[in-house]
Design a protein around this ligand. Structure first.
Ligand code: ATP
Length: 435
């Protein structure tokens, strides 16, 4: 399959089956904004839940936080975003299109001309005004990253949880960037979700802990089903690093449009808490209660994108095969991520007894599984529909089921079918899905 074909197929499947829609489509769409449909919202939520469970619930050293999108404008002065969160833009003099200088060569990607204006700095923060008066004093920004909400709450979290170094604070939330060249579907958008960890450590432990986080984050994607050959680590060269950062490594995924960043894991040294202490006048140092030593912890920051990861898992799950002369499309999601666990399907929708039993089974199963009932097509079509959205098992109720109280359970990946007694169904599915 051509790589461009694959991306087109994914975009089309996402729309057709209700994973992702263009935002404000009936008005012609809004550049680079996307809406998650009934299946997309489940997939994305499963991904965030898997992250939260592994980062917050399964560990004793990390707590969660949910901070506001709007923050005091001085936050962005302290963090350096007001001054430095810029891309250098150039305009093509021939076709008048605008590009990020670092993303093009010496030829215009649109018309091929080699005639650009000089580069100009363009700030990526989205600006708005708070309150009734629109002047400089009411300027506010939509946060371009969730991290700063964590830094400004450092004392609050420390005081309320009494955590000792090393410890972390995790947050999932929306961020906004006025990207110049959004694109590649949900890969680069102006509104997106991040999942970020700020992990506070003693300066002399930072390098080792950074290395550990790089490995942990790499393994996390593999554990949720990404194929190893499609994932790599890329260490930043010294000239790529932010001036304060001691090191950074990206987890990259092999998208159809090339290897691209899913998550960056940076050693930010002591830049953030020092800056916020300076600008706010509030002391944000850590005190060692054994030695009374006071210092600014170093920060290790694994910072990933929810939308990018969701797209990577969609691409990675996409699978086509020939079955009896037809193409079968399957989204081979892992058990943690699959939007639907079980579909209950009546073989004959005109048979009231079959429909009643199927609906009863669905009612019973949906306490433990994400479950759907569908009788809107023939069984062959229903199977194909469920394969295409990654449903783990199809449970079919037929005439025989009314007699022997057994149903057919079909496995998504092997297409093997097994007769299972209705009374054992829950136990059987639990063993398959939750083990
Ligand atoms: P890029 O180089 O691709 O612009 P970045 O290095 O600026 O990304 P970070 O500031 O490190 O990104 O943000 C952390 C994570 O947030 C990224 O790894 C990515 O997954 C996600 N992210 C950043 N910008 C966007 C965007 N415009 N659209 C979707 N996700 C984004």
């Amino acid at each position: 399959m051509q790589k461009t074909d694959l991306m087109e197929k994914i975009v089309s499947l996402c729309k057709r089956r209700g994973f992702i829609f263009q935002s404000s489509e009936i008005y012609g769409g809004l550049g680079s904004a996307w809406d998650y449909g009934p299946l997309g919202v489940e997939l994305k939520r499963n991904l965030k839940n898997a992250w939260w469970k592994s980062i917050v619930h399964n560990r004793d050293d990390i707590v969660g936080l949910d901070t506001s999108i709007l923050m005091h404008p001085n936050t962005w002065k302290a963090s350096g975003h007001t001054e430095n969160f810029t891309d250098i833009l150039v305009d093509c003099r021939k076709c008048k299109k605008r590009f990020r200088q670092d993303m093009i060569g010496d030829k215009c990607p649109s018309c091929g001309a080699r005639d650009f204006t000089d580069g100009r700095a363009f700030n990526l923060m989205l600006k708005t005004y708070l309150g009734a008066v629109e002047d400089e004093s009411s300027v506010c920004y939509l946060r371009p990253e969730t991290a700063q909400g964590i830094f400004v709450n450092f004392n609050n979290v420390l005081d309320t949880t009494r955590k000792k170094l090393p410890f972390g604070i995790a947050q999932i939330g929306k961020s906004f960037r006025n990207e110049i060249t959004p694109g590649n579907f949900t890969f680069r958008t102006r509104e997106f979700e991040q999942m970020e960890i700020e992990y506070f450590v003693r300066p002399d432990e930072a390098a080792n802990i950074h290395e550990r986080w790089v490995q942990d984050r790499f393994e996390w994607y593999l554990g949720l089903g990404i194929k190893k050959e499609n994932l790599q680590l890329r260490k930043h060269a010294d000239d790529e690093l932010a001036h304060y950062a001691a090191a950074c490594t990206d987890v990259e995924y092999k998208f159809p449009f090339g290897w691209s960043e899913l998550e960056g894991i940076a050693n930010r040294a002591d830049f953030d808490l020092k800056q916020h202490s300076k600008v706010s006048g509030t002391e944000l140092q850590y005190t060692d209660n054994l030695t009374n030593e006071k210092f600014f912890p170093y920060i290790i920051e694994p910072s990933g994108g929810v939308d990018r990861a969701t797209l990577a898992f969609l691409v990675d799950a996409y699978h086509e095969e020939e079955v009896k002369g037809e193409t079968r499309v399957v989204l081979k999601f892992s058990k943690e991520l699959a939007p639907v666990h079980v579909a209950v399907l009546p073989l004959l929708k005109k048979n009231a007894d079959i429909v009643e039993l199927a609906k009863r089974i669905k009612q019973d199963l949906h306490r433990d599984f994400v479950c759907v009932y569908d009788d809107t097509a023939s069984i062959g079509k229903l199977y194909r529909r469920q394969d295409e959205v990654g449903t783990f098992y199809c449970v079919t109720v037929d005439v025989q089921s009314l007699e022997d109280k057994q149903v057919t359970v079909r496995d998504r990946d092997t297409m093997q079918q097994e007769r299972i007694p209705v009374d054992n169904l829950k136990k059987y599915l639990s063993e398959q899905i939750f083990n």
